[in-house]
Design a protein around this ligand. Structure first.
Ligand SMILES: C[S@@+](CC[C@H](N)C(=O)[O-])C[C@H]1O[C@@H](n2cnc3c(N)ncnc32)[C@H](O)[C@@H]1O
Length: 581
């Protein structure tokens, strides 16, 4: 009855308006967000690299979308109509950049590539419009997307920095905190200076004009701190960096400190001594002012280097153009290859993991890395990086340890074919199917050496110097193994405490990172607590040695007497044992 009444009742105009308003409100607030439909038509961006089940990346929500190559979907941005003109301007600007870049590439195509089926073009991958690879023809699965021979003329590497560009400026012994990446960044800084208006930078390596123009167009295509926003944690606001610092065991402040320390040293000892060659700022030929040989400039090129360099054929390098592809979890990594008519030219190549249609965006993979590494290097975390929860823990040999020198000696000279090891080492702890919390064997080996003392310290005697690192691969003694378990548990507990200190809020990606690392550490802690319960079940060094010597069984007179090799009164064959322990 009531129902009938309500359906037949006439509403007042105010009530009708209120109902409509309510309905519209429900649609906007509840239905549209669920369907992921934008509220302004102008803010649609057509994307083929986003998936419906995942939010798009607003600034700092740097979770990469899975790239579904067969789907074209509409993606909503939260921008309002007023920002559309800015988007249009950005788009036009990026189109011009791509056009100029592709023209410069064509002018030296024969020299710099043997096969190339992509060009630079606009890409929405990552949430905001930037650049990526676009197929210039249909590409088959397994076909070469692009290749590029190694050549100092266009490759940006630490070797070119040291041996060519800064040969007369930088001491051979220069070792920055930022390592090889810092040297690649230094080369990039020089390229930025060379491509600016004026005479800044060192004119090395000398290049034919068409290759120099190509490099200059490539420099113009890079994101700058002033003109096009770099979405990289090194450029996040301080409060967001603080959240990141508290969200991961891989510490952004350490990275920032290393960069700042190297930059300050370079400014003081190299750049300030010749400000004509190494100016603090330069103007690119496009008219944009950018920081150059300064702390800010070095930070910029470090962010660029970390996000654009790749490690191939034993070297970290940036190859302009090969750095232009965006990441997809399913795509292939850049790999070493041979190219050219006779297949004798060495270089880098990328192969298609799937087929692409002409005009589609083409992807490569930046490789398997932890979420923290992805974020700190590339400024985003692909889905694959969260599949295995990883956290990096750092541990060092205590300098107060009475056996410190012996342990250092072993790490430096006696770790077999491994490179010399520092007394401070970092290891990943992981939570993954098949290895849930179980520490890396190398981690256990290092901690066993770190905790080696008292009754077990005889292993540090010089006669064992060549073997001791191998001994550490297996449990040494119950007391040593207990110390190992406790040390790793303490590290886990204090890491968990640190992660718990992080306040709520901040970039969404930091929350995800924190959850993922917490999981990896918790699983490791649980594993170590189980190990602690089972210490008496393990086999230790002494038992293993006795076994090796055949002395681990109960002695029986009958068996010994039964041995035809033994003479009267002998119980064990002379020379039959090896008492080198
Ligand atoms: C080597 S550059 C690729 C070209 C770059 N998009 C550009 O416009 O210059 C790598 C950077 O592109 C962005 N990027 C690449 N793949 C991405 C992805 N799947 N999701 C989010 N950002 C991505 C990140 O900012 C990363 O640091």
């Amino acid at each position: 009855m009531m129902k009938m009444m309500t359906t037949t009742r006439r509403h007042s105009p105010t009530a009708v308006a209120a109902s409509w308003l309510f309905l519209v409100h429900v649609v906007i607030v509840v239905v549209l967000p669920i369907l992921r439909i934008p509220t302004t038509v102008d803010s649609f961006v057509i994307s083929r690299s986003s998936s419906l089940d995942y939010p798009t990346c607003a600034s700092h929500n740097n979770i990469a979308n899975s790239n579904d190559h067969n789907r074209m979907i509409l993606r909503a941005t939260s921008e309002t109509t007023s920002s559309t003109s800015i988007e249009e301007e950005t788009q036009q600007h990026l189109e011009e950049i791509s056009r100029n870049f592709n023209n410069a590439f064509e002018n030296c195509r024969k020299e710099i590539t043997r096969t190339c089926n992509v060009k630079m073009g606009l890409s929405p991958t990552g949430g905001s419009m930037r650049l990526g690879w676009i197929a210039t023809k249909d590409i088959k699965k397994g076909e070469i997307i692009a290749n590029m021979p190694y050549d100092e003329l266009w490759e940006i590497s630490s070797k070119t920095a040291r041996k060519t560009i800064f040969k007369d400026v930088l001491d051979d012994k220069y070792e920055g905190w930022t390592g090889d990446t810092g040297l690649v960044a230094l080369s990039l800084l020089n390229e930025i200076a060379r491509s600016s208006k004026g005479t800044a930078g060192i004119e090395k390596p000398e290049r034919p004009p068409q290759i120099q123009s190509f490099i200059e167009e490539w420099i113009r295509s890079l994101p700058t701190p002033t003109e096009m926003k770099i979405d990289h944690p090194l450029f996040w606001p301080e409060e967001d960096q603080e959240v990141l610092q508290l969200s991961s065991n891989t510490k952004i402040y350490r990275v920032l400190d290393d960069i700042e320390e190297d930059a300050k040293w370079l400014v003081e000892n190299i750049f300030e001594k010749d400000r004509e060659t190494f100016p603090e700022k330069v103007q690119l030929s496009s008219g944009i002012d950018v920081p150059c040989f300064s702390v800010e400039g070095y930070k910029w090129v470090m962010a660029l280097t970390q996000s654009r360099s790749f490690f191939v054929d034993g070297k970290s390098r940036i190859m302009p153009f090969m750095d232009g592809g965006n990441h997809d979890d399913d795509a292939m990594e850049i790999r070493p290859g041979y190219m050219g008519t006779f297949g004798t030219t060495k270089g880098a190549e990328v192969i298609a993991n799937t087929k692409y249609k002409e005009g589609e965006e083409v992807f490569l993979s930046y490789g398997p890395k932890s979420a923290a590494d992805y974020l700190l290097e590339h400024g985003f975390c692909p889905r694959s990086s969260f599949k295995t929860a990883v956290s990096e823990v750092t541990i060092e040999i205590d300098s107060e340890d009475r056996f410190y020198d012996d342990k250092l000696d072993i790490l430096e000279f006696e770790t077999y074919d491994q490179a010399p090891m520092d007394p401070t080492q970092s290891f990943d702890v992981v939570s993954a199917i098949g290895r849930d919390g179980e520490p890396d064997p190398a981690f256990l080996q290092f901690v066993r050496l770190k905790k080696l003392n008292s009754m077990d310290a005889f292993m540090l005697e010089s006669i064992f110097r060549k073997e001791v690192w191998g001994f550490m691969a297996l449990p040494v003694s119950e007391s040593n193994e207990l110390a190992v378990v406790e040390t790793i548990s303490d590290i886990c507990e204090s890491s968990l405490e640190d992660l718990n200190q992080c306040p709520e809020g901040g970039p969404e990606i930091c929350t995800q990172l924190r959850e993922s690392e917490t999981k990896a550490i918790k699983r490791t802690l649980e594993f170590m607590l189980r190990e602690k319960q089972a210490l008496d079940l393990k086999e230790y060094y002494q038992e293993r040695r006795l076994k090796d010597l055949g002395l681990d069984s109960e002695w029986s007179r009958e068996e010994d007497i039964g041995d035809p090799e033994l003479s009267f009164g002998q119980t064990r064959a002379p020379g039959g044992s090896d008492f080198d322990w």
